[in-house]
Ligand binder design. Structure first.
Ligand code: IMP
Length: 178
C-alpha cells in the first residue's frame, strides 16, 4: 500500500483491506450470536458508516431492519464540537433492540446525541458497534458494545471515512499524524 495525498496532506497506510474484512466478519458473527430472537433495527450513521454498514450487515444471518440517520460534527481535521441532526428518524422504536452502526467514535459527542434521540423515540434496548474507536479522546457516557479497532488519536480516512469529502472510496484505512 502506498501513501496517498489528499488536499495536499499525506496519508500513510494504516489498516489494510484484509484486516478490515476479517474484523467486520468477526463483529458480524458476534452480533449474530448475541442477538438471536430480538426485534433488531440497525441504525447506520451517515455518511461515514455506509461502507461498514453494507459489509457488516451481510455478515449477519438474521432477519434485520436497517435505517439511516445523517449527522455532521466535523469540518476538516478538527471536530467543531457541534453535533447536528440533519435527518430525523421516523421509525417507531418501541420494543426494538437498536444497534447503532458507527464508522468511528472520537469524543463520543455524536454518539451521545444519537442515543439520547433514540431513547426519546422509545427504543427498548440500545447497543453500539463501531469499527474504529479512539479511546484517548472518548468521553461518551455509553459503553461501546462491539469494538473493531482501538486506534490512537490520529486522523484517518478510507473505508467510508473522508477528509473534506475525499477518501471515502479507499479500500483500506490511512492515517495522518500532524
Ligand atoms: P465525535 O462526535 O467526536 O465522536 O465524532 C464522530 C464523528 O466525527 C465521526 O462519525 C466522523 O464523522 C468524524 N470523525 C472523527 N474522527 C475522524 C477521523 O479520524 N477521520 C474522519 N472522520 C472522523
Amino acid at each position: 500500500m502506498n501513501t496517498r495525498v489528499i488536499h495536499n496532506k499525506v496519508f500513510e497506510p494504516f489498516i489494510d483491506e484484509e484486516e478490515i474484512k476479517a474484523k467486520v466478519k468477526e463483529l458480524g458473527k458476534q452480533i449474530e450470536n448475541d442477538n438471536r430472537d430480538r426485534n433488531l433495527l440497525f441504525i447506520s450513521i451517515l455518511n461515514g458508516s455506509y461502507v461498514f454498514t453494507a459489509d457488516l450487515l451481510r455478515e449477519i444471518d438474521l432477519d434485520i431492519n436497517v435505517s439511516f440517520l445523517k449527522l455532521a460534527s466535523y469540518e476538516g481535521l478538527k471536530s467543531t464540537g457541534k453535533v447536528k441532526r440533519l435527518i430525523g428518524l421516523s421509525d417507531d422504536l418501541s420494543g426494538k433492540t437498536v444497534i447503532i452502526v458507527e464508522d468511528i467514535v472520537d469524543t463520543g459527542k455524536t454518539l451521545d446525541q444519537v442515543i439520547e434521540d433514540l431513547r426519546k423515540q422509545g427504543a427498548a434496548e440500545i447497543r453500539v458497534v463501531s469499527l474504529l474507536i479512539k479511546p484517548e479522546v472518548y468521553r461518551g457516557s455509553h459503553e461501546i458494545d462491539y469494538k473493531g479497532f482501538e486506534i490512537p488519536n490520529d486522523f484517518v480516512i478510507g473505508y467510508g471515512l473522508d477528509f473534506d469529502g475525499l477518501g471515502r472510496n479507499l479500500r483500506s484505512i490511512y492515517r495522518t499524524r500532524d
